[in-house]
Design a protein around this ligand. Structure first.
Ligand code: OAD
Length: 256
């Protein structure tokens, strides 16, 4: 499972890193609070803020990182049960991770619909509107057309709920990459493997640790079950690839 930290080395900011994270750099939009940019209420009142950001983050402007190719390597080795991502940058797809092995839990730019009448709109047209700094408006009712990115308060895609139970029944190793584990229900996935299943966190900060509010969180000190690599995702997956004897296969996947 992964979050924005796997894409920062591609040049895409994460959300919560102090100073560089998106939520510390939204002053120009004059938001009441940072997460407002991903709420329907705010989208209705000031749609320009979200669409300006969407233009910056639009897929196609960035290349996958070594960490994305490592996920592809797990797929090539036949050991990737599923990749759950919170990211909307589609860099997993760009690295070659197959559709059926991917769950884009916070949606993507792959579809777009009116927030009022739900009428579907062509994504190429939506992109052309965003490119020329126009707010895409529904041809049927004039409502705002939003890419299928999950906003706060919206349900996650049906596929997430459909796959979670069966996947975590089978999961025999969970790797958690580049996420602060603060946004639910996604963050709760880290607590879903069976109690004996090992979990590996690769992240700059230690996150998701066991406490009174998170009794099934990581315990790196008292158990052998949980392990962490505190550093960059790219370095972490390199260590893992070398340890697995896959360094040359990994190297072969990386672009020149
Ligand atoms: P966050 O910004 O909350 O967390 C990113 C984590 O990755 C932090 O713990 C960073 O320290 C770490 N990190 C950043 N760069 C790294 C690197 N190169 N190597 C290793 N670690 C690195 O991002 P998410 O957890 O993905 O939701 O945020 C979750 C959700 O909050 C997002 O999907 C988005 C946001 O609101 C929606 O938009 C619905």
């Amino acid at each position: 499972m992964a979050g924005a930290g796997i894409s920062t080395s591609a040049g895409i900011p994460d959300f919560r890193s102090p100073g560089t994270g998106l939520y510390d750099n939204l002053q120009k939009y004059d938001l009441p609070y940072p997460e407002a940019i991903f709420t329907l209420d705010y989208l209705r009142s000031k749609p320009e803020a979200f669409f300006t950001l969407a233009k910056e983050l639009y897929p196609g402007n960035f290349d996958p990182t070594p960490c994305h190719y490592f996920i592809k390597l797990l797929q090539d080795k036949g050991v990737l049960l599923r990749h759950y991502t919170q990211n909307i940058d589609t860099l997993e797809r760009a690295a070659g991770v197959r559709d059926d092995l991917l769950v884009e839990a916070h949606g993507s730019f792959a579809q777009a619909a009116c927030i009022d009448c739900s009428h579907r709109h062509d994504t190429e047209w939506v992109k052309s509107q965003i490119d020329k700094d126009a707010v895409p408006r529904c041809e049927s009712c004039g409502g705002i057309v939003k890419p299928s990115i999950v906003f706060f308060g919206e349900d996650l895609p049906r596929r997430f709920g459909q796959l979670v139970s069966e996947d975590f029944e089978k999961c025999d190793l969970l790797i958690v990459l580049g996420t602060s584990l603060t946004v639910h229900p996604f963050a709760g996935l880290a607590t879903m493997p069976k109690p004996e299943v090992p979990r590996l966190l690769i992240n700059r900060d230690s996150v998701g640790e066991r406490d009174i509010l998170n009794p099934d969180g990581f315990d790196f000190i008292r158990t052998n079950r949980d392990a962490r690599y505190l550093g960059s995702c790219d370095d972490g997956v390199w260590h893992l690839a070398r340890g697995l004897g896959w360094a040359s296969d990994f190297e072969a996947l990386l672009p020149e």
